[in-house]
Write a protein of this length. Structure first.
Length: 293
């Protein structure tokens, strides 16, 4: 198989990320003292290259919202200096009156291929990020997401099961935009009822042909690299979306809290059938994020 594309990773300087400064706060992924530090591109490459990663997609890491261009510049410089091909999913305020001035700025940087504004909201405050549960139905957001099509930018979509109906409506309203579902829909409730709700929501999302799913962040709620859980989520997601609409992402260094890159890759490889591996580990990401273009 050709080299692996990691479709979801972060690098950072601690001083640039407000959430990594000051005392630890409750986070969706649990205690995070080991990553409350710089995580430069050199360390990321030390983690991923031995596993066969040859290209990667950086996803915005919640810098201060007015520093979105500084974040893009930092990652671009890291790619330039390391010689490692990195595409960028930048932050944009999709609730702005008109997001196009931000998109025009991104369009000047050939590495930017998409945007993410996290929409996930949960009744459990620990899992809550967005200001409300139904931002996917906000007319301002719908209009701004639709504008991404003119720039050929994708939208990285982050929602929980209870929000998936609205997310499917958003995708239907913006047929010219490719949506990249984060972390296979973030299954956080593994009770029979929770799995059923997640599966129903994922079925709605998979019915929209412009949504693909990242197989990433699958240890978030267990806070461990559990091959059985990874196999279950990947099997379900592949069954709904098909390998040509699934792509691997490491979610490093978040997953580094509980696993190594080698162990993470091994668990994902074991869960993906051989016939689907070229698509999941390379081809889908290259197509969706227009790598090599």
């Amino acid at each position: 198989m050709t080299g692996i594309v990691d479709s979801h990773f972060h690098i950072w300087r601690q001083a640039d990320l407000p959430w990594l400064l000051g005392p630890m706060q409750p986070r969706i992924f649990g205690p995070y003292e080991p990553i409350r530090r710089d995580y430069p591109v050199t360390e990321y490459l030390g983690d991923c290259r031995p596993a066969g990663v040859t290209e990667a997609v950086y996803v915005q890491a919640n810098w201060a919202t007015d520093r979105y261009l500084d974040e893009v510049a930092y990652v671009s410089q890291a790619s330039e200096e390391s010689g490692f091909p990195i595409a960028i999913v930048a932050y944009a305020d999709m609730l702005a009156g008109d997001v196009r001035p931000q998109l025009d700025q991104f369009a000047r940087n050939a590495r930017v291929r998409g945007v993410r504004m996290q929409l996930h909201w949960h009744e459990n405050a620990l899992y809550r990020f967005a200001s409300g549960p139904d931002l996917a139905r906000d007319p301002r957001l719908i209009a701004n997401v639709g504008r991404l099509a003119d720039y050929r930018f994708s939208f990285d979509l982050q929602v929980f099961a209870g929000q998936m109906a609205g997310a499917a409506e958003l995708a239907a309203a913006c047929p010219g935009v490719t949506f990249v579902l984060q972390h296979a829909g973030m299954l956080e409730d593994v009770s029979p009822e929770g799995i059923a709700a997640w599966r129903a929501g994922m079925t709605l999302l998979a019915a929209q042909p412009n949504i693909v799913s990242k197989l990433s962040g699958l240890g978030t709620f267990l806070r461990q690299n559990d091959p059985e859980t990874i196999a279950f989520i990947i099997g379900e997601t592949l069954g709904l979306f098909g390998p040509e609409r699934c792509l691997f992402g490491s979610n490093f260094p978040i997953e580094k809290l509980w696993t190594s890159y080698a162990e993470l890759i091994a668990a994902h490889r074991a869960a993906v059938p051989e016939a689907a591996q070229a698509a999941v580990f390379n081809e889908t990401a290259r197509r969706i994020y227009r790598l090599g273009q």
